[in-house]
Write a protein that binds this ligand. Sequence first.
Ligand code: 5GP
Ligand code: ZN
Length: 114
Amino acid sequence: MSDCIFCKIVNGDIPADKVYEDEDVLAFRDLGPQAPVHVLVIPKAHIATLNDLGTADAAVMGKLYLAAGKVATELGIAESGYRTVMNCNAQGGQTVFHIHLHLLGGRQMTWPPG
Ligand code: 5GP
Ligand code: ZN
């Protein structure tokens, strides 16, 4: 998608502070961090929202969580704990329409989320 910010990050058209990359997945620090560690884990292929997933996307969705766990370990928050969140559409708080798993840690999380 030529007008998608996260596709531009995947393509290298926009810089990002990358913390993990493999064939299918990219993880980089959020520009507006909401916690001491705030990383976005995305599929390299464009998928707009959770509603757009098909059965062919099951493997890459699993890879997002595997990558999030690796990044949490590498950034030292695996034992203290962290939260993963994927927002969907307006009421879910989604603002970038290329799915992304938020990985948040380094502070106490509260429940329920806002
Ligand atoms: P959403 O609200 O869609 O769940 O999350 C979008 C996230 O993307 C926000 O936390 C926002 O700070 C982050 N973001 C938006 N534009 C950019 C960007 O160009 N670079 C990076 N690294 N993060 C971005
Ligand atoms: Zn995209």
